[in-house]
Design a protein around this ligand. Structure first.
Ligand SMILES: Cc1cc2nc3c(=O)[nH]c(=O)nc-3n(C[C@H](O)[C@H](O)[C@H](O)COP(=O)(O)O)c2cc1C
Length: 201
């Protein structure tokens, strides 16, 4: 394999990892919900499934999530980009972001925090630990349920998330995902179909 090689300038440490998902985090209750955009998120463990979000203390959502111990990570699609940005620059302290954006909430399966209807995948989380780090506190949370769009299930019941048009965040910009280049382990996987085909040749 041969790839582009880069020469480097060395900078002080900063938060440049890209791309990230700019997720919509919903909290509160179905009757009194709030939503904020969070890019500092990811997976910490597969089994048990553990995730995190890092929040500044001054976010209106911070105390809601701390007090309830629950939140939902709603995966955003490119279609939702305006709502994603808006929920990341306006505070629930000053306005009803759901009303402003047209985002709708409904009841989650397990947690009290509501899910966002227009997001194809809702990750229901229960906080296990809050780790103060500096500007942000990391909320480490168990993923207790996942709600997946029936519209994206294929005939085998597999979630065809590649059809959702997920949104990415990189270096201050929002981007749609590009074309699929491969899938997990594709460099070593034997292509059964191809093999069969080539046998006949
Ligand atoms: C793309 C994007 C990513 C963001 N990521 C985070 C984050 O990871 N943590 C955080 O505390 N705030 C983050 N913010 C800022 C909050 O979403 C923003 O301050 C929001 O207004 C807080 O809403 P609230 O006061 O209703 O809780 C992000 C904003 C944008 C636009």
């Amino acid at each position: 394999m041969s790839f582009t090689e880069y020469t480097k300038e060395s900078w002080k440490g900063s938060v440049i990892t890209s791309p990230l998902p700019p997720v919509l985090v919903s909290c509160g209750t179905e009757e009194k919900p709030n939503v904020l955009t969070v890019a500092w998120t990811g997976i910490l463990c597969t089994q048990p499934p553990v995730t995190y979000i890092s929040l500044r203390k001054e976010r209106f959502s911070y105390d809601i999530i701390k007090d309830s111990g629950e939140f939902v990570i709603n995966l955003p699609t490119a279609e939702l980009v305006r709502a994603v940005d808006y929920c990341g620059v306006k505070s629930g302290r000053d306005t009803d972001k759901l009303k402003d954006t047209g985002l709708k909430v409904s009841k989650a399966s397990e947690v009290t925090a509501p899910i966002i209807v227009q997001s194809p995948v809702n990750v229901e989380c229960r906080v296990r630990e809050i780790v103060p780090l500096g500007t942000h506190d990391m909320f480490i949370a168990d993923i207790v349920k996942v709600d997946a769009a029936k519209e994206l299930l294929d005939d085998k019941g597999r979630l065809a998330l590649e059809r959702a048009g997920l949104l990415a965040y990189a270096h201050g910009g929002y981007f749609p995902l590009g074309a699929k280049l491969g899938s997990f382990g594709f460099t070593v996987r034997k292509n059964k179909k191809k093999k069969k085909h080539s046998k006949g040749k």
